[in-house]
Every structure is written in structure tokens, then in C-alpha cells.
Design a protein around this ligand. Structure first.
Ligand code: RRO
Length: 334
């Protein structure tokens, strides 16, 4: 008889994920450092640093600064450019990370730049899909706010890329759009296979003595524990608007943090800031999810996904982990 499937295992985007825990874009480069610190079997996958057409040096140091509730960063999209990624990074990933589900993060200033990057990488082996970064707080699109704030512009990026690749396409949205609805609908209608929620929140940390910004570039993107409630809320909002698989990111540092995202509707989570503090945190979070599932009598992640009881009608009784009665999506705005 076959053993029962592990609670962490699931099939998504046509691929088997041995864990729902991925490393977020910008936290592990192109994966080179993780093979020294992590048991790869504990890692569901990773998202690479965002790739642009041209190499970018990035912003002046310091590029990250911690504060008690998290950190701010302004890396400025430092990356070696698509040709070096094609020549060196993806072949390395193919040869060393066979069992890790890899998404290549893509960024650009115009829809054409996203399509260019995807077009130059799509024929290579060794990775599963793309995550379109449409929400970097440190690098706007040409002449405007990030694409995630403009549903028409967002749709044109996704549609252009969709024409080029059949691989799974995640669309990464921003935490600070006034209403997620138009962005979620635009992504879905133009061909996204899943949504990643959320990127960092614009933030500024000042040194009261020097009166200077803590980051060389000035303002940056805020992440860490303080972002978790924002990310869980955005995930829950998106789950009311679409049936696409959701990937939750923002402030995940423990198994129970990840479960909050599952309850809100995410099938996968990504770890960002916590892996700067502890490079092995993805493995630890996977173990903690498994242990918590056992304590709750949960045998499959599906028993959690989208079962949050939110709002005054949710009630307070009922066993932890029990699915609520099916109810239509409430017409709440925020
Ligand atoms: O490179 C960055 O400064 C950066 C990016 Br591309 C992003 O999407 N989010 C972020 O917080 N920083």
C-alpha cells in the first residue's frame, strides 16, 4: 500500500510542490547560496531576483535597513540582465536545483521589456514559470506608477507575455492599490495563472540624529512582520474576487503565519525578510506547518485554503480548523 501523501504536498500549475513554502523574489538571488544552507527537500520552490533586459547595478548603499517592526530595502533591481541569466544563471539552476520549483521574476519599464525578457528565456529548461513583478516600489514604469496601479497597463503586460509563453504566469501585485479589484480582474482576464500578494509597502526610515534616510536611495519598500496583516488582507480580498491560485507573501516567519495566508486563500507562501534573518527559515516554516497541521487534525493543505471566518457573521464558536458553511463572497470593499 502507498503511504498517505504528506500534508505539505500539492499539485499546482501542473507541478508537484513538496512544500507550500517558497523563497520570495530578491531574497536568494538565483539560488546559488541556498544549496549551502538548506536541505532542498524542505523547500517548495524559489523566485529569482527580478530580471530586466539590461544589467542593473542598483541603488547606492545602504540598500537595506532594519527597524523594530521589519526592514526597508531599496536594492533598485540590481541584476545581471537577461543575457547573463540565460547564459549562466538558468543553466546553473537546471543543473543544481532539479527538485526545486523555480519561477523567474521579470521586471521592466514597458510591456515590451517584459515580453523581451520572457521571450529570451522561455526555451530554456530547469524552471517552472514566470512571476511578473508589476509592483516594485523602487522602480516605476516609464512615466508613471507601477503597472499594478493601472489595470489597462497591467493587462497589456500580461497579455503580451501570455502570447509568448505557455508556462505558468504569476502576477505580483502591490499592497497599496486603493482597490485590488481592477488589478485582480485585469490580471485574470489577460491570462494570469496565479497572483502573488504582496510586494513591499513604500516606507521611509530616518535617523533622528543625522536627519538622513537610513537607505542610500532614500525611501524604500517595507517588509517583515508589520507587512503580514496587509498581505493576509490582500490575499483574502483577492480570494473573494478570483478562483486563481494565490501566493501569499509578507511577514511569514513561522508555520502559523503561513497558515494565516492559507486561511485567507493562498495555496503557497513565500518567505522574504525572515530568510535574511535566518537563511534556513523556509525549512523551519515547512516543519512548523506540518507540526501545526498534526495538532489540528489537518491532513491536507486544502482543508485550510480559503476557510477563514471573517466578519461579524463568522461567529466565534466551532472547532479551530473547521470549514465554515459555504457562503457567497461578501460584497465588502476593504
Ligand atoms: O530591487 C528592489 O529594490 C525591489 C524590488 Br525589484 C521589489 O519588487 N520590491 C522591493 O521591495 N525591492
Amino acid at each position: 500500500m502507498n503511504p498517505p501523501p504528506d500534508v505539505l504536498e500539492q499539485t499546482l500549475f501542473g507541478a508537484r510542490f513538496t512544500s507550500p513554502v517558497l523563497l520570495a523574489a530578491g531574497t536568494c538571488g538565483f539560488g546559488e547560496a541556498i544549496i549551502e544552507v538548506m536541505d532542498l527537500a524542505q523547500l517548495g520552490g524559489l523566485v529569482t531576483k527580478s530580471v530586466t533586459v539590461e544589467p542593473r547595478w542598483g541603488n547606492p548603499a545602504p540598500r537595506v535597513a532594519e527597524f523594530p517592526a521589519g526592514m526597508v530595502n531599496s536594492i533598485g533591481l540590481a541584476n545581471p540582465g537577461v543575457e547573463a541569466v540565460r547564459r549562466e544563471k538558468l543553466p546553473w539552476i537546471r543543473d543544481h536545483l532539479q527538485d526545486v520549483r523555480v519561477f523567474v521574476s521579470v521586471a521592466g519599464h514597458t510591456p515590451g521589456e517584459y515580453a523581451d525578457v520572457v521571450g529570451r528565456l522561455d526555451d530554456l529548461d530547469g524552471f517552472l514559470g514566470f512571476e511578473l513583478n508589476l509592483s516594485c516600489p523602487n522602480d516605476s514604469r516609464r512615466g508613471g506608477l507601477p503597472f499594478a496601479f493601472d489595470p489597462d497597463a497591467l493587462a497589456s503586460v500580461v497579455a503580451d507575455v501570455r502570447r509568448i509563453t505557455e508556462r505558468p504566469l504569476l502576477v505580483k501585485l502591490a499592497p497599496n492599490t486603493p482597490d485590488l479589484g481592477p488589478a485582480v480582474r485585469a490580471a485574470e482576464e489577460s491570462g494570469a495563472d496565479g497572483l502573488t500578494l504582496v510586494n513591499t509597502l513604500p516606507g521611509l526610515v530616518l535617523d533622528p540624529r543625522t536627519r538622513r534616510a537610513a537607505l542610500g536611495a532614500g525611501a524604500g519598500g517595507m517588509s517583515g512582520p508589520a507587512l503580514r496583516a496587509v498581505g493576509v488582507h490582500a490575499t483574502w480580498r483577492a480570494s473573494r474576487l478570483t478562483a486563481l491560485p494565490l501566493v501569499g507573501v509578507g511577514g511569514v516567519a513561522s508555520g502559523e503565519d503561513a497558515v494565516q495566508y492559507f486561511l485567507a486563500g493562498a495555496s503557497l507562501v513565500q518567505i522574504g525578510t525572515a530568510s535574511f534573518w535566518d537563511p534556513r527559515s523556509a525549512g523551519r516554516v515547512s516543519d512548523e506547518i506540518r507540526r501545526f497541521a498534526r495538532s489540528q487534525g489537518v491532513r491536507s493543505l486544502r482543508e485550510w485554503v480559503g476557510t477563514a471566518r471573517v466578519g461579524p457573521d463568522a461567529g466565534t464558536e466551532g472547532p479551530a480548523g473547521a470549514a465554515p458553511a459555504a457562503s457567497p463572497a461578501p460584497a465588502v470593499q476593504s
